[in-house]
Structure formats: C-alpha cells, structure tokens
Write a protein that binds this ligand. Structure first.
Ligand SMILES: [Zn+2]
Length: 209
C-alpha cells in the first residue's frame, strides 16, 4: 500500500459535500482522494490541461481494459486514446464509470419533482468550471467517473445503485501521465442509498517529485 507521507504533500485540502473543486496536476504528480467517512461519491473528470478539448473518455477507458469498473492498474484514457492518469493504488477496490453525475433533471426523474432545486453534481461542476475560467461550460462535461461509488450491473444488464463498498479512510491514488486538470464534485446527494443519504467530506492530496 502507498506509504506517501501527507506532511510532504504540496496540496492537502478537504472538500465538503456539495462543493466543486479544480486542481491542476503536473505529469508525474501523485493524486490521492480519501473517502474520509466512507461511502461518499466523488464525481470526477480529467482534462489535458494544455489542450482542454482532450478529456477523460469512459468509452475509451472501458474499451482499453475490457472492464466497466476502475481499480489499481486502470489507465484513465482520454478522448484521444492517451492515458491521462493511471490508478496506482486503491484501497476501495471498485469505482463507477456508468452512473454519471446527479443533476437537477435526474433529481426530478429519480426522486420527486420538488427535488429539482436541490444541489447536484452537474451544478457543482459548472460552478467550479466558471471559477476556473477558460470559458468551459456544459459542453465540457462528458460522462464522469464516480470514485467510491458502487453501481453494479446485474446479469440482466441493468444498472443498480447499491450500498457503498468503500469505508472510512479508503483511498484511490493516481499518477498523472500528462499535465492534467482535475474537476471534482463531492456529491451533495441526499436521496441516494449509495452514501447512506449522508454526504460527507473528502480529502485531496498531491505529491510532486
Ligand atoms: Zn452527485
């Protein structure tokens, strides 16, 4: 298991549920996301920070590894077929590629009409992109990763949102293979059993060597 020392990290921040966040990574940086209290969903996208049109592709990533779940060894592949980052350690064991981000629209369809105005990951992504600048917006939100989220596919091919498989202190660690922009929404969702209806903070760390 990774023995990197948090005291030597160049970035060590806590992101509350409902908050969006952007982090630029240099090629070679190690980026760790810690599920502090367990069963949190961390909606995440990655971009080539030198060419923001090149971004994480769920399709390319799934096709490359022949598996819909992400874990140690997974290359997070871009829309240009190049690895953006590689997962180098994972104490959770499974991360979702299919569930997508919650939104005002999905809040209404999945839960109730009155849930439209609750916080959502899509809104957090858009707010974080607006703060980041560079003119990024809705068109820059492809299918995202849900770190720590458990979305098993049944034998009938159906998606299910199941109880989380993560736990307090579990983490996923990635090595940037190019200069990367990470875009994160720490999911605020209060209507989904995957976080036990209780969204919680996560910790982000970056080591540079
Ligand atoms: Zn969400």
């Amino acid at each position: 298991m990774s023995d990197l020392d948090p005291r030597r990290a160049i970035v060590d921040v806590t992101v509350l549920s409902g908050d969006g966040y952007t982090q630029e990574l240099a090629a070679g940086d190690i980026f760790r996301i810690v599920d502090l209290e367990g069963n949190q969903a961390v909606d995440t996208l990655f971009f080539n920070s030198r060419d923001l049109d090149e971004r994480y592709s769920a399709t390319e990533t799934i096709r490359r590894q022949g598996n819909i779940y992400l874990t140690t060894g997974t290359a997070l592949v871009s829309s240009e077929g190049r690895p953006l980052l590689t997962i180098v350690d994972d104490t959770c064991g499974r991360h979702d590629t299919l569930g997508g981000a919650c939104s005002a629209e999905s809040n209404q369809v999945r839960y109730a009409l009155g849930k439209k105005y609750m916080h959502s990951c899509r809104d957090s992504f858009l707010l974080a992109l607006a703060r980041y600048g560079h003119g990024m917006g809705k068109r820059d939100l492809p299918q995202n990763i849900n770190f720590f989220m458990n979305v098993p596919v049944t034998s009938a091919g159906e998606l299910t949102f199941a109880d989380g498989v993560s736990g307090p202190g579990r983490f996923v660690e990635m090595r940037a293979e190019m200069d990367v922009l990470a875009l994160i929404s720490n999911c605020p969702q209060l209507n989904n059993p995957c976080n036990a209806y209780d969204p919680t903070p996560v910790r982000l760390l970056v080591w540079r060597r």
